[in-house]
Ligand binder design. Structure first.
Ligand SMILES: [Zn+2]
Length: 74
């Protein structure tokens, strides 16, 4: 094992981490598949309960609070 000759600067470290973050976010975006909800037509992740209405495969699975409905109407 050799000893690093120079201290890695803050900017160099942060630049390296930022590059990795960009790669990770790109991969995450590719993994996520978005579809439209058959009940309300909102954009939702495939094979997940709809966040807007709480339906999954034509059935009410989750009750959505009334507070969220008022936000959607506005
Ligand atoms: Zn829905």
């Amino acid at each position: 094992m050799t000893i690093p000759t120079k201290k890695t600067s803050k900017s160099r470290t942060r630049r390296r981490h930022a590059a990795w973050q960009r790669v990770a976010m790109g991969k995450l975006a590719q993994q996520t598949t978005l579809t439209t909800c058959t009940n309300c037509g909102a954009v939702k992740r495939s094979h997940h309960v709809c966040d807007a209405c709480g339906y999954y495969r034509g059935k009410q699975v989750k009750t959505i609070k009334a507070v969220k409905d008022t936000v959607l109407d506005a």
